[in-house]
Design a protein around this ligand. Structure first.
Ligand SMILES: Nc1ncnc2c1ncn2[C@@H]1O[C@H](COP(=O)(O)OP(=O)(O)OP(=O)(O)O)[C@@H](O)[C@H]1O
Ligand SMILES: [Mg+2]
Length: 335
């Protein structure tokens, strides 16, 4: 399916204005220009320019106080920018917050429910608030509860829900209005590893199966790395890098060495000398059972050959991945 078909499908199936496009023609669900928010003299968000493409899972990544929540509140039209503009689903959030609220689902940092009502009753309340007719509401409630795996728990009082259940009910709640974009503020905060994985799976399913664009904020690098198509790294109110993980990784690696882990038998001086002789290998160090090779490029093929030529057997060969963490700390320090 080409770009064109994709655009047409999403524009007919979900409400919203025509979207701005990027240089490749991809429709942009979120697009900001010099978006700025100051509280008195303090600039919480500083001339922010970024976009989220339709259909992507976008991660807004940054440490505490970076300005993630402030940005989200501006996108939703819940707080006014001091300067700059934005388009969300084609709408100007400042001038047209009602339209934005109608088609954007929002899961806040601390989702609130009526504790004395059951999960299902809470959803019924949301459906009424959104003016969804009763019969249609029932259908959507059952389907969202099923999607988040909460059908069984739905008749318990929300006050008895664990944090993971509350987050899943929060997503069911967000799905009720059939959103085109979902914004999740720190959705995995406070969940145990199992809860985190379930929620991430749910976010991916929601995005892929229902073609919902997702924007989530997080300071938890590994999670963002697992599910996001693109990330923006946000430090002290400024976007310091934006792109897919691969692109950011390449930028980060520029001028840096790669570390390749090698294990061979025997691993005596003869093997080490052979490895040191490979063009591109700058240093060989022992680390427990492994040899760590600092290289200026990926020479795994040459390593395999050199080990064999030295009469040794190769047990292990691995390029140590630089994760988002390296990227994040690089920008965090420089930002
Ligand atoms: N209403 C407000 N008045 C004054 N300062 C504020 C207000 N809201 C936020 N700030 C400040 O703006 C900065 C950005 O806050 P924000 O909540 O957007 O950060 P965040 O990236 O969401 O952080 P966290 O990861 O802790 O949720 C912080 O320094 C915060 O203290
Ligand atoms: Mg926040």
């Amino acid at each position: 399916m080409g770009e064109r078909a994709f655009t047409e499908t999403t524009q007919t199936s979900k409400p919203g204005l025509a979207l701005p496009v990027d240089e490749t023609g991809a429709p942009l669900i979120v697009h900001t220009s010099d978006l700025t928010k100051a509280y008195g003299d303090f600039v919480a968000v500083d001339r922010l320019n970024f976009s989220v493409r339709e259909g992507d899972i976008f991660g807004l990544l940054g440490p505490n106080g970076a300005g993630k929540t402030t940005t989200i509140l501006m996108l939703l039209g819940l707080t006014e920018p001091t300067a700059g503009t934005m388009r969300v689903c084609g709408f100007n959030s400042t001038r047209d917050p009602l339209n934005v609220k109608r088609i954007v689902g929002y899961l806040p940092e601390n989702v609130g429910f009526y504790e004395e009502l059951t999960g299902r009753e809470n959803l019924q309340y949301t459906a009424r608030l959104n003016g969804i007719p009763a019969q249609e509401a029932e259908r959507r409630i059952e389907s969202s509860l099923a999607q988040v795996g909460m059908l069984e728990a739905a008749d318990k009082k929300a006050g008895q829900f664990s944090r993971g259940m509350r987050q899943r009910l929060g997503i069911a709640d967000v799905l009720l209005k059939n959103p085109r974009l979902v914004i999740l503020d720190e959705p995995t905060l406070g969940l145990d590893p199992d809860g985190v994985n379930q929620l991430l799976d749910l976010i991916v399913r929601m995005s892929r199966q229902q073609k919902i664009t997702v924007m989530l904020s997080s300071h938890q690098l590994h999670q963002v790395q697992q599910i996001c198509d693109r990330v923006g790294i946000f430090v002290k109110g400024r976007m310091v890098a934006e792109g897919n993980i691969e692109e950011l990784w390449k930028q980060t690696l520029k001028g840096r060495r790669l570390i390749i882990e090698v294990q061979a038998v025997p691993q005596g001086q003869q093997t080490v000398t052979a490895l040191q002789g490979i063009e591109g290998v700058e240093a060989v160090e022992r680390s427990g059972e492994m040899l760590l090779l600092s290289c200026n490029r990926d020479v795994r093929d040459k390593i395999a050959k050199a080990v064999g030529d030295a009469g040794a057997a190769l047990l292990h060969l691995r390029l140590l991945e630089h994760g988002l963490e390296d990227i994040y700390f690089k920008y965090f320090r420089e930002g």
